[in-house]
Design a protein around this ligand. Sequence first.
Ligand code: GLA
Length: 411
Amino acid sequence: MKRLLFTLLLSGFAIGAFSQGNVYKLESGKYEGLAMTPPMGWNSWNTFETNIDEKLVKETADILVSSGMAAAGYNYIVLDDGWMTKERDKDGNLVPDPVKFPNGMKALIDYVHAKGLKFGLYNCAGTHTCAGYPGTRGFEYQDARFYANLNIDFLKYDWCNTEGINAKEAYTTMSNALKTAGKPIVFSLCEWGDNQPWEWGKPVGNLWRISGDIYPCFDCEYKHEGNWSSWGFMKILEMRKDIRKYSGPDHWNDFDMLEVGNDMNDTEDKSHFTMWSMMSSPLIAGNDLRKMTKETLAILTNKELIAINQDKLGIQGFKYSAEDGLEVWVKPLSDGNWAITFLNRSEATKKINFDWKKHTIKDTDFNMEANLATTIYKIKDLWKNKMIGSTKKAFSAEIPSHDVITLKLMK
Ligand code: GLA
């Protein structure tokens, strides 16, 4: 009897200990190694905003594969804001909108996975998403388990309706929740750069936005009602100074989703795509793939430019020089190679005459140097996909307004 009492007491103690939470191990730190090169894929927001549904996702997945985009590297399909109902269910779970997704989110994700693609969802650190759907604040661990059960691969986590909360803490909480839920998920911080995520984001997530939203124009500011703007790609390119040293494999500066194929002409699209490649930005297409022209597809799938973006060194490019609207941007590559982009941001055609021998390019952030006076490089024109000689001879060309010429210097 005494022994029975003792056993009962012991098991009571054990239950007490368990009920205080000792069985649930909290993990911390992001999933490492999920984005060793900048993520590539497609996101619904830039074209469709909240007008998304199952048919769109399936058709987009089909075209990603049939068009060759998936083979070129675009392997994430990310559903942005608007995929859920306006309220959580009685247990506090998020609810995928049954009208937009009549067969359920799980079946759709399985469809995308069966095509060999990966799948992402969107939510927000605040009480509500930017479009007014339920935000994650206070539900971090519950939502992380929801995503893990759905088997998603990518979470974009936005920053609307977060008044009064600390960004580093909010993103760290969600990062830990994802880790604890146990399914490796790329964590995409969408905080717009207001709280310098590049300074604290590396252990927390795999990429972080550095700006407000992109707008499909070369260099405009588009003012919305209320006190916020969207930005032409040239504005985003130059919005933050001195942040390139924070970007690298598995922790990228994210210059926002692509507007290629949306409202700019092909020349500007080409320059936009080139600069995102030069900056090692994630390449997340944001156009309607069902309506894309062959020119748009050719830009998005330019193998040489994608190789610049996906170079394994993962060093973000920088502006080397600027004169009278003609800029020279450079990016160190693996194997001692360099990418050089001439960018004409002026309204007139410009003449380039670049005598390599007069230039030594120094990257002081990453301690790299190209001494063009002493080292001869072979040159490939990446948009023409053609070898064009070497740095022995000065490079001369004409470059139309808003256009680029991108060369690869090869040892
Ligand atoms: C913010 C983000 C965008 C998009 C929308 C959705 O503006 O920066 O990329 O996700 O919210 O509402």
